[in-house]
Design a protein around this ligand. Structure first.
Ligand code: SF4
Length: 170
């Protein structure tokens, strides 16, 4: 098949479970810190951030992106191919690159990263506290680790890396 040929041959068929578990822990930590950072500014913003981030990350993007991925029903670096398969029907790999899900993914992650960071910085300027500064430092560390370091490692072994516009190796 035309698009199967674009798969990265040496890529992993299935990622190790230990790494998948760790990726999800980091993701949960990231959502928790983002929620807490927003909550420090106003509890309602915290709840809104929590609802939006969990819905987008674990439901909406899993349907819009993972259903068209080679790893649908397989163990990718996050295990979300399996999650997607448990709830949604398989899509088409040839639609992966051009899907709306792929287009809104960078915007979604950008929003989820920047909103708590900006709000927390504003809150720190308004009223400084060492605790807020510690939350900001933790949030920054987790964002950099998750968005750059661990993503790069996962993308380097991914079968989809040639056809994924969001690959960290491009
Ligand atoms: S590799 Fe990415 S797009 Fe593919 S199933 Fe996993 S999370 Fe979804």
């Amino acid at each position: 098949m035309k698009n199967q040929a674009k798969l990265y041959g040496p890529g992993l068929e299935a990622y190790p479970k230990k790494g998948i578990f760790f990726s999800n822990i980091i993701m949960i930590l990231w959502i928790a810190l983002g929620t807490f950072a927003c909550w420090l500014v106003h509890p309602l913003i915290g709840w809104l951030y929590f609802a939006f981030s969990t819905k987008m990350i674990f439901i909406v993007l899993r349907k819009m992106v993972c259903t068209n991925c080679y790893y649908y029903a397989r163990w990718c670096s996050t295990g979300w191919g399996k999650l997607s398969c448990a709830f949604f029907k398989k899509g088409k790999i040839e639609n992966f690159k051009t899907s709306t899900g792929i287009k809104i993914t960078p915007f979604t992650y950008g929003l989820l990263t920047l909103v708590p960071l900006i709000l927390l910085i504003i809150s720190l300027i308004q009223k400084y506290s060492t605790f807020k500064l510690a939350v900001l430092a933790l949030l920054l560390s987790v964002s950099v680790y998750s968005g750059a370091i661990s993503r790069k490692k996962a993308c380097s072994n991914c079968k989809m890396k040639a056809m994924c516009p969001g690959s960290a190796l491009k």
